[in-house]
Ligand binder design. Structure first.
Ligand code: CTP
Ligand code: MG
Length: 231
């Protein structure tokens, strides 16, 4: 079994509002993307890593990656997350039978997340780390009037890493490109679901916050610093 990880780091980080792409922002002493790369290298379940860089920032990305032992390739991302994933897939060597996709925006990734999500594809085309909905969920109309209270026990907040059998994943990307809906898929599971693939949820039991805004950066920096002190 060969597993290749695709790290999507090509976003511009509009909501962060920094003067550089989000993946390159310094976080607890390293560029944000370097935390995910550390976890993928530390996992004995990952055989190679492909990194998707923001257009025009390939050089600083190369420097952020440094001497990453398992790095197979770095490529340039596209205009949407889905297109960046497709670019990453283009660099995955023949023979990889499992693909792990991870957003650089989740720097709390650990080898345990990776093992857990890979275990989820034993009996499915894909598996995703997802958090149970903790708050009561309301559906509203355009005027923000509540239309319905939704049963939260069956709703999950999708995170990454997400793992897939390569055959199903490659087909899902191809179909999403052909069907022209790749730009609206905010995660990879959506593409596999759209072609009828079986994707399961692996409940998130470890910290895995996403860095979207400057306040997220502060919270995640504190969590990483606390983790380093314990190590
Ligand atoms: N991503 C990507 N290519 C894009 C858009 C997003 O590789 N064209 C990646 C981001 O780098 C990030 C992940 O997808 O690791 C999740 O996206 P998000 O958190 O939305 O990051 P950005 O798109 O960079 O942020 P924003 O939406 O605020 O601009
Ligand atoms: Mg985005």
């Amino acid at each position: 079994m060969t597993t290749v990880a695709i790290v999507v780091a090509a976003g511009s980080g509009t909501r962060m509002g920094a003067d550089m792409p989000k993946a390159l922002i310094p976080l607890a002493g390293r560029p944000l993307v370097a935390w995910s790369i550390w976890a993928l290298n530390a996992s004995d379940r990952v055989d190679g890593i492909v990194v998707v860089a923001p257009p025009g920032h390939e050089r600083p990305m190369g420097m952020a990656l440094g001497e990453t032992a398992e790095l197979l390739a770095m490529t340039t991302g596209g205009s949407s997350r889905g297109r960046s994933v497709a670019a990453g897939l283009g660099e995955v060597p023949e023979g990889a039978d499992r693909i792990l996709v991870h957003d650089a925006a989740r720097p709390l990734l650990s080898p345990d997340h990776i093992s857990m999500v890979l275990a989820g594809i034993e009996d499915a085309d894909g598996a995703i780390i997802a958090a149970p909905a903790a708050d009561t969920i309301k559906r509203t109309d355009d005027d923000l009037h509540i239309v319905e209270t939704i049963d939260r026990s069956v709703h999950w907040l999708a995170q990454t890493p997400q793992a897939f059998r390569t055959e199903s994943f490659a087909r899902a990307i191809e179909v999403a490109l052909e069907g022209d809906y790749i730009d609206t898929c905010t995660d990879c599971a959506a593409m596999v679901e759209a072609m009828g693939g079986a994707v399961r949820v692996v409940p998130s039991v470890l910290p895995n916050q996403k860095v979207t805004t400057p306040s997220d950066l502060e919270i995640v920096a504190q969590l990483l610093e606390a983790r380093n002190l314990r190590a």
